[in-house]
Write a protein that binds this ligand. Structure first.
Ligand code: 5GP
Length: 191
């Protein structure tokens, strides 16, 4: 049994920066070594999403109870009235499998995790510009004009935290960004 602290990988970015695509690429490239940390969320599932795979979709009441029970290593109201949190049990489950948890998380949540697990690898995915981010979010078709504007305002604030991460990857071309992320992860896992 290793006495080294458990490894953990944080991929944080404003919504629409391409973080989820990069996370999926990492999971498919290193399926035996990485385990996706499934968060709890109180928003409604999107069409393609599956409970227990993308998120554990729970009610706001259930979320509040789990906060009170100390089940989260971090949680955030990422959007107005919508809560997201990383379960301690999820990280433990992945470590038990001898895998490294991979977290797809918002920027403030990512910084909270880094503060608790300084040995973790934290990567900030930066959109090339806010204009490109707007196009990407609009193309996804999951946002209303109002919710899109909320995400853009939040993204602009989140970009100001980029320098607090171990590494920054600018997602201009997804293939290049995926390759850069994979290299960082492989270097980290081999240490
Ligand atoms: P979406 O609603 O688009 O799935 O996610 C919104 C944001 O919440 C994304 O930036 C996503 O990475 C973030 N997120 C997902 N899970 C967690 C979590 O457990 N904690 C925090 N703080 N943010 C999360």
């Amino acid at each position: 049994m290793s006495l080294l602290p458990h490894k953990l990988i944080i991929i944080a970015a404003p919504s629409g920066a391409g973080k989820t695509s990069i996370v999926k690429h990492l999971l498919s490239a290193l399926p035996d070594q990485l385990g996706f940390s499934v968060s709890c969320a109180t928003r409604t599932p999107r069409t393609q999403e599956t409970d227990g795979v993308d998120y554990y979709f729970i009610t706001a009441d259930a979320f509040t109870q789990r906060v009170a029970a100390g089940e989260f290593v971090e949680w955030e109201m990422v959007y107005e009235g919508k809560y997201y949190g990383t379960l301690r049990s999820e990280l433990e489950r992945i470590w038990q499998l001898q895998q490294t948890p991979l977290l797809d998380i918002d920027v403030k949540g990512g910084l909270k995790i880094k503060a608790q697990y300084p040995q973790s690898l934290s990567v900030f995915i930066e959109p090339p510009s806010l204009a490109v981010l707007r196009e990407r979010l609009a193309a996804r078709g999951t946002e209303t004009e109002a919710s899109l504007q909320v995400r853009l305002d939040k993204a602009s604030e989140e970009c100001s935290y980029r320098d607090r991460f171990d590494h920054v990857i600018i997602n201009d071309q997804l293939g290049v960004a995926c390759a850069q992320a994979l290299q960082l992860v492989q270097d980290y896992l081999s240490k």
